[in-house]
Design a protein around this ligand. Structure first.
Ligand code: AMP
Length: 507
């Protein structure tokens, strides 16, 4: 009866692994290597461990760990075991972790040893059966338990619409949404990107992105595995390390901030990039100025693409044709984009509207939020991205801004409402508005404007006091870079706070 095709993403990825078992997969900063055969064996050990822990196909595995090879083994082990991998930003604190565990009800939570006490407390509250540890050197109870498992595992059969990953969008308090990505979604995007970006024998990926986000995990890692390529697997972006490794790499993927940082290095020049084939940028807008400077200094034209947690990549500048700075290129093959007015009618004459997207990579929906999911799709199956954009006469798309009020700082997303709610809850605070101000380093710098309660008990509200109160509760990138105290907030006739006025006033 088993002639049904196994649509598990791992089957697709491993079908592309090199035949030579010694071919390197992960090349670590100390020179150690994990071969492709080693990767398969480790993924099998982790999959076996999950089975021993009672993780069944469809069960969630929440993971908040540093970037190590073992985190990749765990990801692939989850795919093989049919479990749903749920990575979390390592910057997340009590408030955020508690929400994700409570919402996703994972069977296993893998945490860093530093937060073991907190992890146990939150896991107990959420009814999570197991908590295991993985440290920044790839050691801990998870790795120890995996080491004793058999290194063979028959990958569990999955259908295209079975879930593989849940990625939480950086949402507002209590409403952060888990984007459900299926094996079919991830396989479709991996196939298209691998082909569209011209991956070929001999490619070597320089990987400096975090792996708790779609960009680093689902775009970069999948492309390299689909190509059976070696990956320089670095724990984080570091300009000095990038200069040292670029001469041995052919492909680099980064957020715009990385490109700004590379340009700030005097030693960055054409010679260092002579072996490179492709630089790709995304997750936030790349300034035209950075695009131009990079071309002058390196001789390479950055390929900018656009996508989001809810489906990976949607558009890309062409590999072979003209890559246009300030644009995100064309819809990827198999992807349809519509740019519409508020009534969903297509905009005419190159006007600005909201981008809608449809394609095999577009996510299944938001975890346990059927109404929200239904709202975000049109009747004919297009997803409302919340991004505003326009076509130019040659069909290139430009992203103009975000209708959903998102701030992107250093490539990371912040929804102002979450921070506003926390500030408003502080003693002596009446209300607040949080927004992004254009910043050469971060893209946008998070800024808060706060109104004090008149005659409030509870002491003085100060700028520094507000920042101090947020620390420890929220990830560092969500702490405003500047706080201003004001008498009142500007509002429009409908009572909405006019953030555009605030941006002008404080920008
Ligand atoms: P995330 O879900 O974290 O990947 O963030 C997705 C959002 O980042 C999108 O909805 C866009 O607003 C923004 N974004 C991603 N890529 C680009 C790009 N190349 N240019 C402008 N904005 C982008």
């Amino acid at each position: 009866m088993n002639d049904v095709k196994n649509e598990n993403l791992y089957e697709l990825l491993s079908s592309r692994f090199p035949v030579d078992p010694a071919a390197p997969c992960l090349i670590l900063p100390d020179g150690d290597e994990v071969s492709y055969a080693g990767l398969e064996r480790e993924a099998a050990r982790y999959a076996n461990l999950l089975a021993v822990l009672g993780v069944r196909p469809g069960d969630r595995v929440a993971v908040q760990v540093e970037k190590t090879p073992q985190a990749i083994f765990l990801y692939l082990g989850c795919l093989r075991a049919g479990a749903v991998f749920l990575p979390m930003n390592t910057a997340y604190q009590r408030h955020e972790i508690g929400h994700f565990l409570g919402d996703a009800t994972p069977r296993l939570f893998v945490c860093r040893p530093e937060i073991r006490g907190l992890a146990d407390e939150l896991a107990a509250k959420a009814g999570v059966a197991h908590v295991l540890e993985l440290d920044s050197n790839g050691r801990g109870s998870l790795a120890e338990a995996a080491a004793t498992q058999a290194d063979f595992f028959a990958t569990i059969a999955r259908k295209a619409d079975d879930l593989a990953v849940i990625l939480y969008t950086s949402g507002t308090t209590g409403r952060s949404k888990g984007a459900m990505l299926s094996h079919g979604n991830l396989s479709a995007n991996a196939r298209v990107l691998h082909r569209y970006w011209g991956f070929r024998p001999g490619d070597v990926l320089l990987h400096m992105l975090p792996i708790f986000h779609a960009h680093g995990l689902l775009v970069a890692i999948h492309c390299a595995l689909m190509n059976g390529s070696p990956i320089f697997f670095e724990p984080r972006f570091d300009a000095g390390r990038a200069l040292a490794l670029l001469p041995r790499a052919t492909v680099f993927m980064g957020v715009p901030t990385y490109y700004v940082r590379l340009l700030a290095e005097d030693a960055f020049d054409r010679g260092l990039c002579a072996n490179m084939r492709l630089f790709i940028s995304g997750s936030a807008p790349l300034l035209k100025e950075t695009f131009d400077d990079f071309r002058t200094r390196s001789g390479h034209t950055i390929l900018e693409r656009y996508g989001m947690t809810e489906g990976g990549m949607f558009t890309s500048n062409p590999y072979a044709g003209e890559r246009r700075g300030g644009t995100v290129g064309f819809p990827l093959p198999g992807t349809e984009i519509r740019i519409v007015e508020e009534n969903d009618a297509p905009v005419t004459g190159g006007g600005v509207g909201q981008l809608l997207v449809k394609g095999p990579q577009v996510f299944v929906g938001y975890w346990r939020m059927p109404e929200k999911t239904a709202e975000e799709f049109t009747g004919d199956g297009f997803f409302r991205t919340g991004d505003m954009g326009q076509w130019d006469s040659d069909g290139y798309i430009t992203i103009i801004g975000r209708s959903k009020d998102l701030v992107i700082t250093g490539g990371l997303n912040v929804y102002p409402k979450e921070i506003e709610e926390m500030i408003d809850g502080l003693p002596g605070v009446l209300e607040s508005a949080v927004f992004g101000l254009s910043d050469p380093d971060f893209g946008e710098a998070l800024t808060a404007v706060v109104v004090r309660r008149k005659n409030a008990a509870g002491g003085d509200v100060t700028e520094a006091g507000i920042v101090a109160a947020l620390r420890g509760n929220l990830a560092n990138f969500k702490i405003p870079k500047q706080v201003f105290l004001v008498e009142d907030l500007p509002r429009n006739a409908m009572g909405k706070v006019q953030k555009n006025v605030l941006r002008q006033q404080f920008g």
